[in-house]
Design a protein around this ligand. Structure first.
Ligand SMILES: Nc1nc2c(ncn2[C@@H]2O[C@H](COP(=O)(O)OP(=O)(O)OP(=O)(O)O)[C@@H](O)[C@H]2O)c(=O)[nH]1
Ligand SMILES: [Mg+2]
Length: 302
């Protein structure tokens, strides 16, 4: 068998476990994860390389229907990942609200005409174990191969991971060379990863509409000093959200800052100084320039 390399898109409902699965496969925290749906907002690449080939996983936002604002971008981005990938993984969770939601994903992936495999996720949720058979039937009806994965039960050993990777590599086209430097595990840069870490903490610590209408951007990244200084803005869409993000006696913003700082320090392997400011930009997601600056612009709009 010759060398293989290509893009493998992860397609699923919001919260299905796509980012968790990708991080497991590349054995690095590349994509942020939270218990809330719609955590991933744009495609994130996770790269795995071996002597046999290279898989460039494309973690996509969950598939949703929307025609305006930030959600329209999320919907478009998931659609574009389907179009731009060489092959697809349908990620379906046993925890889906309705099995029909999973069926929609399977139909969509099968209809792409690309090679695909389905992965049933969250198989550790015992109360939902009856769903495994239902999902299996749906997938087999569409002539898809079924694998399963549990982030909780996984022994995190190389053997288990390799078994999945071998299946996925089969889906990749032959290629004369890798697509990315084989030393890389993502094409995200440190600035992007650090702002995503702050957004992840906001997603876990903020509630209702606030996490869905906020964004994070790096204002200044001073790498030169012995202790890198990162200045970021948390942009909310309403004046009233500012007080929520800051919290009583600044407790919430302090917690976001502390959790993010710890993780960014791991990423940079250095102590850092993290400065977070909360600013309100009413309805920022209606502003094309602002959306682009935050990385939420469709490729077709470049
Ligand atoms: N019990 C259990 N929880 C899981 C598993 N995989 C993921 N989760 C949890 O499910 C939630 C969503 O996981 P994500 O990886 O962020 O899901 P996603 O599909 O990327 O979600 P979006 O980016 O919002 O579309 C998180 O709280 C994860 O910890 C699993 O195998 N078992
Ligand atoms: Mg995600």
């Amino acid at each position: 068998m010759g060398y293989k390399a290509g893009f493998l898109g992860l397609i699923g409902q919001p919260n299905a476990g796509k980012s968790t699965l990708m991080n497991y496969l590349v054995d690095e925290k590349v994509s942020i994860v939270s218990s809330k749906p719609q955590t991933t907002r744009r495609r994130i690449l996770g790269i795995w390389s071996s002597d046999a080939g290279q898989i460039v996983f494309v973690d996509a936002p969950g598939v949703i229907k929307a025609d305006k604002g930030l959600n329209a971008f999320l919907a478009q981005e998931a659609k574009e990942v389907i179009g731009d990938s060489d092959a697809l993984i349908a990620v379906v969770s046993v925890d889906e609200q309705k099995p029909e939601d999973a069926e929609r994903i399977i139909d969509m992936v099968a209809a792409s005409g690309k090679p695909w495999i389905a992965v049933i996720t969250k198989t550790d949720l015992a109360e939902k174990s009856h769903r495994v058979m239902i999902l299996k039937d749906m997938i087999e009806k569409k002539k898809g191969k079924v694998l399963s994965f549990s982030a909780k039960d996984s022994k995190k050993d190389a053997e288990e991971r390799d078994a999945l990777l071998i299946e996925f590599l089969e889906l990749m086209p032959e290629s004369p060379a890798p697509l990315y430097d084989i030393e890389l595990f993502t094409n995200e840069n440190v600035r992007e990863m650090a702002t995503e870490i702050v957004r992840e903490k906001c997603f876990e610590l903020l509630h209702q509409e606030v996490p869905y209408s906020m964004a994070v951007r790096m204002i200044k990244f001073d790498e030169e000093s012995k202790m890198p200084k990162l200045h970021m803005e948390i942009i909310v869409s309403k004046e009233s959200h500012k007080a929520i993000v800051i919290g009583k006696e600044a407790a919430v913003i302090k917690q976001i800052g502390m959790e993010a700082r710890k993780e960014i320090e791991k990423l940079l392997d250095s102590k850092i100084f993290l400065d977070l400011k909360v600013i309100a930009k009413p309805e920022w997601f209606e502003n094309k320039r602002m959306m682009k600056e935050l990385g939420y612009a469709a490729k077709s709009e470049d």
